[in-house]
Each structure stands twice: as C-alpha cells, then as structure tokens.
Design a protein around this ligand. Structure first.
Ligand code: SF4
Ligand code: SF4
Length: 440
C-alpha cells in the first residue's frame, strides 16, 4: 500500500492498439497534468536526470509554471527517462488507484510510442533493437564484431559519427555460439539433489544467448547440481529494446510468439526462468499490460521466475545441496528491473544462503538504462547517475561485486574506472557467486 492511497498500487493496461493513445493533443494535456503534480511534489529529484531536468525547466520558465514549457522541453524530459520504473515503484504515492492516476514511466512510454508511430525513432535505436538479427550475424563473425566494438578500436570513432554510440561506452562482446545451441552441454539433473523432479526452461534472452553466457552457464550448473532438469529455450527476443523505442505493436507480437512457445512446456511442468532481469520484468508485468486478454501470456506471466527468485524458492520449498562456508563480502547491486518485479531483493536473499557470506545491498540505479546509456548524448549522464551506485557498491571493499542486470554490471565497473576507483575484473550476476560457492 502507498501513502495517499488506501489500496495496493496497480497499473492500467497499455492501450497501444487504440488510436486515442496516439492523440498528440491529449498526450500534451496529460504530460502537463502529470508534470504539474511532480513539480508540486519533487520527491523524485534524485532518481534520474528526467526529474531534475523537469524541475529546472519549470523553475527557469517565465512564470515558474508547467504551462510555460515548450514542446521541446517536454521532449527533453522524456528523452532523459531510461524507463527504469523506480519513480513508479518506490517513490510515487499517486499511482493508480489514487485519484491522481499517475504512472510516470508509462506516460514516457506513450510519448515514445507516438514518436515511433510518426517515424521519429532514430536509425540507431531501430537497428540496435533488432537483437536477434544482430546476434545471429555477430555470433557468425564474433572475432571481427568484438574487435570492432572494443573501446580502443578505430571503428568506434566511425560508430560514434554514424550511429551516435559514444566511443567511450563499454559494449558487450558476442559469443561465438548461441547459448541455445549448447543444450548438449547441460548436465543431467543430480538424482541426489533436493529439487530432483523440478523442471526449468531457461529462457536464454537475447543478451544471455548471444552475448554474456556466464550467468546462463552458472545457472545451469547450480540448478542441475540441486536436481533440477534444465533445458535452454530461445524462441525470440522479448522485445525490451523495442519497448524502449515505443514500438509496442512489435513487443505485443513478440509476446504472443514467446508465450505460444512456452505454453506446452508449462503444460509439461516447466517453470520459465529468464536469464536477464529486464526480460523477466517484461514477461511478468509488461506483456500482460500490453495483451490483457491473452490467456497464454497471463499463464506465462504466472509461471515466470527471476533466477535468484527461483533459487530462493527452491531453498524454501525443497532445500538446497549444502554449500561450504565462504567468508566473503559481496556487494550486491539491486537492479531497477529486479526491483520493479516487486519480489524483494532476491539476489541478496539468495547470497545469504551461502554460510559465512556477507552480502550488502546497493539499491540505486546504475544509470545505464538498456541501450540508452551508450549514446553520446546520454553517456556522461549515465556515468553521473551511476556514480552513487558504484560508490555504494564498492564502499566496504567487497571481495566480489555483482548485479542482476547484465548491462548495469559492466557499466558500474566502467563508472568505477572512470572515477579513478579500483574496479574488479568483472561485475557479473549473483548466480555466478552461487556456482562459485558450490565449487562448480
Ligand atoms: S522511470 Fe526511471 S528514469 Fe524514468 S522518470 Fe522514472 S525514475 Fe526517472
Ligand atoms: S512521480 Fe510521483 S513521487 Fe515522483 S515527483 Fe512525480 S508525483 Fe512526486
């Protein structure tokens, strides 16, 4: 329950297939209504750069009023939003069913949907969102792709000039074989594992399929060691990068296809575990809002678990294989899209299962925001927003640092480096620490 409301917060379905959703006059009115409430409230002043931008624009306007803001001002506020969801999840007392009916991130999303329909999504945003095509091509020539995308590569200057991707921004490397093609390497379930008989369909997600496979490999080992039968599935990208672009029709269609793929697996008793936390958020919460009457999507949502959430659930329901004591300080970044799943800090809970381990939580945004933070017009802001998170994560000089978000981890590492602080070799996923604790 939230302050100012007597009922639990909820979200409205996203009316992407209704023409009134794209009515620009109505959108302008709604933006000014919401921005005026925010101007009077200002609780979100330190969450991101959207709110400071809004408050500065209002304060510097002739009458210190939202009515004075120009269309370009409104766009600047929207452009600074990474859709992290934190204002809705952790700050705003005016979310539905409160009479103010305020859902700031979904209003930003509506603006982007209008821009997308008008053909205003940038070329780079459109091309980067084609993760399946990009992943298939890049894994075929991963050596070349990884050479070209390294920060020191001369190609980065060209990418900055043509695509607007900041040449300083860390870009993820590509694997040479997609994770979904490695089913043969999945070990059989340990018959002595306490969770023997449980079944998991690991949704590889584009990032874990084509880019960083370490969390997926760790999850497979931890699950199989505990007796879980694992299969790797990759029907298609969940569409999160297209969601960021406001291409909601494409996301709704991806949702239908992925839900149809998982339906028989759910029938056969598999839990669906996405390897990327933002994708788990899509399956659990955003897809049912895009397709509120779709039974298979609702069923997929109810049967989807974040990786850390699934391990914590196993610990409670079946118990886990014993873990040897490990006296390790672990800095745990609680990624926004894990927080937005409204399940509590499951990575922290999972790492507390390691006897002797001392995990400490950092719950500030990394500032990366999907592909948002790699663009030249955002990179410095992404670093600025990420600095408090990186400082807090590194504060007690932990032995290991982790983040549930595969983009936030490398970004926080880069923020530490750019701020002149010691950075670890890797800020990986918490499941990697579990695999290490098991000696797997
Ligand atoms: S969703 Fe995140 S980035 Fe966007 S306005 Fe809210 S807190 Fe800021
Ligand atoms: S989103 Fe809600 S909490 Fe944040 S500034 Fe606006 S009204 Fe206040």
């Amino acid at each position: 329950m939230k302050e100012g409301s007597l009922e639990a917060p909820m979200r409205h379905p996203i009316a992407w297939d209704d023409d009134s959703f794209y009515d620009e006059t109505a959108l302008d009115t709604e933006l000014r209504r919401v921005f005026d409430i925010c101007h009077g409230c200002r609780r979100c002043f330190n969450l991101c750069s959207s709110f400071p931008r809004l408050f500065d624009l209002v304060d510097e306007s002739p009458n210190e009023s939202v009515e004075d803001l120009t269309a370009a001002d409104l766009k600047a506020v929207v452009d600074d939003c990474t859709l992290c969801d934190m204002c809705f999840m952790v700050k705003c007392p005016y979310v539905p069913p409160h009479a103010f009916d305020l859902d700031f991130p979904h209003l930003m999303l509506r603006y982007r949907a209008v821009e997308h329909r008008k053909g205003l999504t940038s070329f780079a945003d459109r091309e980067l969102a084609k993760t399946d095509r990009n992943g298939k091509l890049a894994t075929l020539a991963s050596g070349l792709a990884n050479f070209a995308t390294k920060e020191a590569s001369p190609a980065r200057g060209v990418m900055q000039a043509t695509l607007g991707i900041d040449k300083r921004a860390h870009l993820p490397a590509y694997a040479d074989v997609p994770l979904a093609n490695k089913q043969a390497l999945v070990p059989p379930p340990n018959p002595d594992g306490p969770a023997f008989g449980r079944k998991v369909a690991l949704y590889a997600t584009c990032f874990a399929n084509f880019n960083d496979q370490t969390p997926g490999e760790a999850a497979i080992k931890v699950l199989a060691h505990n007796g879980v039968e694992v299969r790797i599935e990759y029907p298609k990208c969940c569409g999160m990068p297209r969601f960021e672009n406001g291409d909601l029709a494409a996301v709704a269609s991806a949702a239908e296809r992925v839900a149809a793929h998982f339906e028989p697996l759910i029938d056969a008793g598999y839990a669906v575990v996405p390897l990327t936390t933002s994708c788990a958020l899509m399956l659990k919460f955003e897809w049912p809002l895009l397709q509120p009457d779709h039974a298979a999507i609702a069923r997929l949502s109810a049967n989807t678990f974040d990786v850390s959430q699934y391990i914590v659930m196993l610990a409670k329901e079946t118990g886990l294989m014993p873990i040897v004591e490990w006296d390790a300080k672990i800095g745990v970044h609680f990624a926004c899209h894990a927080r937005a799943q409204n399940m509590g800090p499951k990575a922290l809970e999972m790492l507390r299962l390691i006897p002797g381990a001392k995990p400490a939580l950092t719950d500030r945004c990394s500032g990366h925001g999907g592909k948002w933070g790699i663009f030249a017009q955002h990179f410095d802001t992404a670093v600025k927003v990420g600095r408090p998170a990186a400082r807090q994560l590194a504060k007690d000089m932990p032995d290991v640092m982790v983040s549930e978000c595969p983009l936030a981890g490398p970004h926080l590492k880069q923020v530490l480096e750019l701020s002149g602080n010691a950075a670890p070799e890797r800020i990986g996923h918490p499941i990697e620490v579990m695999a290490r604790a098991y000696g797997l």
